[in-house]
Design a protein. Structure first.
Length: 76
């Protein structure tokens, strides 16, 4: 069976360090920011994440983009 996919939305996921635990290992937190335009360029998404988290006291450690697609049986 053939399947077609349609881009639905994109989510920006950022990981940042909030401190160190008692052993000295980094304590990380993650936040998801939904409603990213599917057509937005990866560079633009990355730049926005760095700009937003540059305003905080916590350093940004990772930026991820999760693209979501709707899958459906293709009509042949």
């Amino acid at each position: 069976m053939a399947v077609s996919s349609t881009a639905k939305d994109s989510v920006l996921v950022v990981t940042y360090q909030v401190g160190l635990n008692t052993l000295g290992a980094p304590m990380l937190r993650q936040r998801s920011l939904p409603n990213v335009l599917v057509a937005a360029l990866d560079q633009d998404v990355f730049d926005v994440a760095n700009a937003l988290y540059g305003l905080q006291q916590y350093p940004l450690t990772a930026v991820r983009r999760d693209n979501r697609f709707e899958l459906a049986a293709a009509l042949v």
